[in-house]
Design a protein. Structure first.
Ligand SMILES: [Zn+2]
Length: 294
């Protein structure tokens, strides 16, 4: 992947308080502008809009510190479909003079999306169009033939699976517990005291999460109580020897008949009371005379 050029702007974002659940793909709409042109526009004053990344054939430019802040890219949906500026990160593709992103721009956008999916632990189903957030026709350059190019884009995303050695539930015990990318050392996510995480691997110092690593000093392992096992015995089976055999509510001949069994039928016997077997019959069970069961 190209280096991410971090050219942060001073306007057009808010403080992020929620975790990022969605990666939203856009195109800039306007033809012939570069990533730098778009960065300069949003850096130039209060625009009432923005995005986190701009991508062209040769550049990936990040303009917002998306871990701590969020851009204003899908506010037109007013939170429709569960997607908000606060829980998403937005990537804008620049367009050539023909109104399409170049193949290089698409490739760069795919690589950036793969990177963010891994960094933020976001699954492929949460990589969405601006259209999925507000029904704005964006990225319009992908919309022809019932979004055929969008479907191709999604099919080209990789779906990496981390190696899971175990699953241990951790509870965060220190404020501002940081999860970092083990390769770059970059901050991936901040956790609060009481947050529950799942570790999939560890070494002497670090717990490995699917999104990065967190120091063992920041967490305690939650020991899940072991469920007591219910002992289920195999029931004894008896065979009906009478032509018809009444099943009664209680173990006596005067009690209500709740059903009938026929010769050769097998019944599950629970226990014997006097000369009666308690059997599993219907919802509540019933009693049959032991004289007609062998
Ligand atoms: Zn858009």
């Amino acid at each position: 992947m190209l280096n991410i050029q971090k050219l942060l702007i001073n306007y057009n974002f808010s403080n992020r308080n929620e975790s990022i659940k969605f990666i939203v793909i856009h195109d800039v709409g306007e033809t012939g502008s570069t990533a730098q042109n778009n960065r300069d526009y949003f850096s130039g004053g209060n625009r009432g809009a923005s995005a986190d990344f701009f991508v062209d054939s040769n550049n990936i430019i990040q303009i917002i510190d998306y871990i701590n802040n969020y851009s204003w890219a899908i506010g037109d949906g007013h939170g429709a479909f569960g997607k908000t500026n606060g829980n998403s990160v937005s990537i804008e593709m620049c367009l050539e003079s023909n109104g399409q992103p170049s193949e290089k721009t698409i490739q760069n956008t795919l690589e950036l999306t793969n990177y963010l999916m891994k960094q933020l632990d976001i699954g492929i189903s949460n990589v969405v169009r601006h259209y999925d957030c507000s029904h704005k026709c964006c990225p319009e350059s992908f919309s022809d033939n019932n979004w055929a190019k969008w479907n191709q884009f999604k099919a080209r995303l990789s779906t990496p699976t981390p190696t899971i050695k175990f699953r241990k539930v951790l509870k965060v015990i220190k404020s501002n517990a940081l999860c970092i990318n083990p390769i770059t050392g970059a901050l991936v996510k901040k956790f609060k005291v009481g947050d529950l995480l799942t570790a999939i691997d560890s070494d002497s110092v670090w717990w490995v999460l699917t999104i990065g690593e967190i120091s063992k000093a920041n967490c305690v392992e939650v020991i899940t109580p072991i469920k007591s096992t219910t002992i289920t015995s195999t029931p004894t089976l008896g065979t009906v020897t009478a032509t018809t055999l009444n099943v009664r509510e209680s173990p006596n001949v005067n009690s209500k008949i709740i059903g009938q069994l026929t010769k050769g039928e097998k019944v599950k016997i629970d226990c014997k009371r006097g000369n009666w077997y308690s059997t599993f019959y219907g919802d509540h069970g019933g009693y049959v005379s032991a004289d007609y069961i062998k």
